[in-house]
Ligand binder design. Structure first.
Ligand code: COA
Ligand code: DAO
Length: 186
């Protein structure tokens, strides 16, 4: 893992809220048109997520041929998208919306096409509006499957007010839906 990410030492670590599903329970998409998790975005990667232990979340991605970068392996930008989405979904334990402010990925091993990746993410801590998150990916199905971590991510998310997206309303295509979650909707 890269040494360029330093957590502040005065972070608060959230506890699992009552509204969060039990481990294994489904988490909602954050936005139906989202490239990462939307079910109304046919060209997206349509990741699905479940709650895991504590404040952790889990998501899976099958590496399709259309996600290809250097021959035979996942494109780094697609892997980054999957981390971005997973770490954003991990922020759902806060019950209020966030956006990505900074994201950094370590690509530790090549990830062949056809692999099924499992992502695990959690909030490491919050301070003011800043939400520090981390995640790792493993290949859980396919010829390269093992317990080894193949990529890691560190991400800073910022809590925002729902009005953050109001100026963007004119750019939204169709009528997307945002499931209510916790005490907040986007
Ligand atoms: C992220 C964003 C909301 C932050 O703007 P803002 O609300 O005005 O936040 P501020 O500039 O007041 O920063 C708040 C805190 O976050 C920190 N911060 C903001 N962006 C940061 C970044 N990219 N890297 C590190 N720290 C950052 C600030 O230093 C500040 O820290 P402090 O509390 O210790 O003082 C804004 O830059 C933005 O909208 N970016 C685009 C986000 C986006 O579209 N992401 C992709 C889709 S989700
Ligand atoms: C209760 C609301 C929960 C909001 C979760 C937001 C997830 C944001 C993921 C952002 C990914 C991106 O657009 O770059």
């Amino acid at each position: 893992m890269s040494g360029t990410w330093t957590l502040p030492d005065d972070l608060e670590v959230p506890i699992r809220p009552d509204f969060f599903p039990a481990p294994g329970g489904d988490l909602p998409q954050h936005w139906s048109k989202c490239f990462g998790c939307g079910d109304d975005q046919p060209t997206g990667i349509a990741m699905r997520f479940t709650a895991a232990e504590g404040i952790e979340v889990a998501g899976r991605l099958t590496v399709e041929s259309r996600y290809q970068g250097g021959p035979g392996v996942i494109h780094g930008g697609i892997l980054t998208t999957a981390f971005d989405e997973t770490q954003g979904i991990a922020c759902m334990v806060l019950g209020s919306p966030v956006v990505t402010g900074h994201l950094q990925i370590d690509f530790a091993r090549p990830i062949p096409l056809g692999s099924v990746l499992e992502f695990r993410a959690r909030i490491d801590g919050t301070i003011r509006r800043k939400v520090y998150t981390s995640a790792e990916a493993r290949i859980v199905e396919g010829p390269a499957a093992s317990d080894e971590v193949v990529a890691t991510s560190r991400g800073l998310f910022l809590r925002i007010k729902p009005e953050h997206f109001t100026p963007m309303a004119e750019f939204v295509d169709g009528v997307p839906t945002m499931p209510s979650f916790g005490n907040s909707t986007l």
